[in-house]
Design a protein around this ligand. Structure first.
Ligand code: G6P
Length: 489
């Protein structure tokens, strides 16, 4: 409540992420409609009550006029959000370009974009400049809202320069930076033209966090090999100053999902879906329509499974929800076409007059329908080629208290480190292996299924998002105290 938020005992937390937890849509009368974007980070931080949190980020729109800016700022203030305004050209170079066409594929082992070399060098430079400029704009907004003692928690690959910009403004700001994607092996990372500048900028933070121990290790190796700095078990040292580097695996607000299953609107959806798919086992994939999610490979594996198991052909349905994302980036447009082609072929091949094996939906699902879908699923198929963590696997497990379905999970998702003992781990590039895993999961004896589910359920409900955020913030508070002690000694 308002009263609690103003409590003098609460530490203020400024959460800075490229995307705000709400995105804005301008209505005809120039007012704004705000839509909640419930992702991992949002639900993680919604659960934190010990801090007075404020969000700073981009609302997903470019706003040209002052009136629009003012009214959007006011609308967002009610949600404790502060907008950073980016113009169209900057969004193109910074967000579509440097973030999503360069950093994102590189961090997921897809390499740098391969275009005509001269054009690439030119556009690379202008995208990098735009990236730095955008990061500075975020820092300027932080400055306007910062008060002594605040914690500033920067998120993700969009904002690698932010720690540096913030410390340049005020070296006493407590700055944490957390990466939600993988950090690749230094052998991949070192191909990045701006590799040193990026690392130096991140190291300005007091604490640098990753989802897994491996990502943290890769980051430390990149700093030692590329910058020649010293890596210690605590992090990276540069002339006596330590940047703490550690793994903080994120979780979900599991209670919210566990309780959702009991809601009447979710129960209605469950009934509706059960009737619709009666007599068939349900397999489910939920992904953003992104190259890293391995959707084409997953579809090919499902096709191979149908081919190899004719007895299953009319007894299983695969629901793939593929939420459109970053649609201005060419690679994403190509992927959409490719996925549609494969789905069409498989449905043409194995469909009948009344049913098709794949229900492919290019849209997001509302929360209640999604929970219901998770709950009625027999086998979840999450086969990312690379994924920082993948919280869909967690959400699925949290909604499966009664069904105890099987989870097929890529070994290249961060979640494989935590759910590995309960899931069937696969190499998503190996279509035959995934096809085999599907057959195995569908035929799995209930005793084994329950045991595997139990393992995952305990993990998901104990390692929650709240725990994640609290651990990171307390590490950041401790680090700052330690650093102060060092300098006064
Ligand atoms: C990943 C990133 C997030 C990002 C999300 C959606 O999970 O780690 O930072 O917000 O994808 O992508 P978008 O480009 O739509 O923000």
């Amino acid at each position: 409540s308002e009263r609690e938020d103003r409590s003098p005992f609460k530490q203020r937390l400024l959460v800075v992420a490229n995307r705000l937890p709400v995105s804005a849509v301008r209505k005809g009368d120039a007012s704004w409609q705000l839509e909640v974007t419930v992702g991992g980070l949002v639900s993680a931080l919604l659960g934190i009550t010990d801090f007075e949190a404020k969000w700073i980020g981009w609302a997903g729109v470019t706003v040209r006029d002052e009136i629009g800016r003012k009214s959007l700022t006011e609308a967002l203030a009610e949600k404790r959000c502060v907008p950073v305004f980016l113009d169209e050209n900057l969004v193109n170079l910074y967000y579509n370009g440097y973030c999503n066409n360069i950093l994102w594929p590189l961090f997921h082992y897809l390499g740098l974009p391969q275009e005509d070399s001269l054009a690439t060098i030119w556009s690379f430079q202008s995208q990098f400049e735009a990236y730095k400029k955008a990061n500075q704009l975020f820092a300027d907004v932080v400055k306007e809202h910062y008060q002594d003692g605040d914690i500033v928690w920067c998120h993700d690959y969009h904002l690698m320069f932010l720690p540096k910009c913030l410390k340049e403004q005020n070296e006493n700001i407590k700055v944490g930076w957390f990466l939600h994607t993988p950090f690749p092996s230094s052998e991949i990372y070192r191909t990045m033209p701006s590799r040193s500048e990026l690392l130096i900028a991140v190291l300005a933070a007091d604490v640098v966090g990753f989802h897994t121990y491996d990502y943290a290790r890769h980051f430390v190796s990149a700093c030692t090999r590329i910058l020649g700095l010293e890596g210690t078990p605590e992090g990276v040292e540069d002339q006596g100053r330590l940047t703490r580097v550690a793994a903080f695996p994120i979780g979900i607000d599991s209670d919210r999902f566990v309780k959702a299953i009991e809601l009447p609107q979710v129960k209605n959806h469950i009934k509706e879906f059960q009737e619709r798919f009666d007599g068939r086992k349900v397999m489910l994939g939920v992904d953003r329509l992104d190259m890293i999610k391995g959707i084409p490979q997953k579809l090919l594996a499902f096709e191979k499974f149908l081919e190899d198991n004719p007895n299953w052909q009319d007894k299983v349905v695969f629901v793939q929800i593929a939420v459109p994302t970053r649609t201005d980036v060419l690679e994403y447009q190509k992927l959409t076409c490719q996925v549609h082609e494969i789905v069409g072929r498989i449905n043409g091949r194995f469909g009948t007059l009344t049913t098709v094996p794949i229900h492919h939906l290019d849209r997001s699902f509302d929360y209640h329908a999604l929970c219901a879908l998770y709950a009625i699923t027999d086998v979840a198929l999450i086969t990312s080629l690379r994924d920082g963590m993948n919280l869909v696997s967690y959400e699925f497990v949290a909604c499966q208290a009664s069904k105890k379905g099987a989870l097929i999970l890529s070994e290249f998702a961060g979640a494989a480190q935590s759910l590995g003992a309960g899931a069937i781990l696969v190499n998503p590039w190996n279509v035959t292996e995934v096809a085999f895993a599907i057959a195995y999961a569908l035929n799995m004896p209930s005793e084994e299924r329950e045991k595997r589910h139990h393992h995952n359920y305990v993990h998901v409900t104990t390692h929650t998002s709240q725990e994640w955020a609290e651990t990171f913030i307390s590490e950041l508070n401790d680090m700052v105290v330690e650093a102060q002690l060092r300098t006064t000694q």
